[in-house]
Design a protein around this ligand. Structure first.
Ligand SMILES: CC(C)(COP(=O)(O)OP(=O)(O)OC[C@H]1O[C@@H](n2cnc3c(N)ncnc32)[C@H](O)[C@@H]1OP(=O)(O)O)[C@@H](O)C(=O)NCCC(=O)NCCS
Length: 159
């Protein structure tokens, strides 16, 4: 299917509630709700985080949140509304967030995925992330977490 034409940009404070509800429905289901509207609003104000959204005709279709540290970045949350999936929206959101990390000279991007989320794992593999660790009980003791990493710098092998 053709990629969806979307605009990527910073989330607005008025979008914090919708982002939090998407996190609850698509990412945190069965675990309790941690990424509440207040927490998303705080992320919007946090200078080491980027909260971005994809919009089509002004409507929010997906979002991503990345935390940038000294040498690495962490993709905290990412989701696309069900009816807009498999049309390149998440790929574009991740590219935007990763480009910032590359420009800042960071070495790696990390992301944590629920073990049962095979769709997300296939997505991250496709984008050049690889599995580095599996942590039993990572999600509030209820589900294992799988840690993925994407190296951002070329590796030169000296022979
Ligand atoms: C994972 C998720 C963000 C992917 O969003 P998306 O916009 O559909 O992804 P894209 O269209 O950019 O996918 C790019 C490529 O990744 C792979 N991919 C994406 N979703 C996949 C799936 N469910 N199964 C297998 N491969 C998948 C495909 O290779 C795809 O390319 P193709 O459609 O041309 O084959 C979306 O399914 C989602 O929101 N899931 C619920 C929340 C979630 O799991 N978030 C991630 C953990 S925090």
């Amino acid at each position: 299917m053709l990629d969806l034409e979307v605009e990527i940009g910073f989330a607005r404070p008025s979008e914090a509630g919708e982002i939090a509800r998407l996190s609850r429905e698509y990412i945190e289901f069965g675990l309790g709700w941690r990424y509440t509207p207040e927490r998303i609003a705080a992320a919007l104000r946090n200078p080491i985080k980027n909260v971005i959204v994809a919009r089509q005709g002004g409507r929010l279709v997906g979002f991503g949140i990345m935390t940038y540290r000294e040498e690495s970045a962490n993709l905290d949350l990412l989701a696309v509304k069900r009816e807009f999936r498999r049309r390149g929206v998440a790929r574009r959101l991740v590219r935007w967030l990763v480009d910032v990390a590359v420009a800042a000279g960071m070495e790696n991007v990390y992301v944590q995925v629920r073990q049962r989320n095979s769709g997300a794992m296939a997505f991250y593999n496709r984008l050049g992330f690889y599995q580095i660790e599996e942590l039993p009980g990572y999600y509030r003791g209820r589900e294992a977490g799988v840690i993925f990493c994407k190296p951002l710098r070329p590796v030169f092998v000296v022979t």
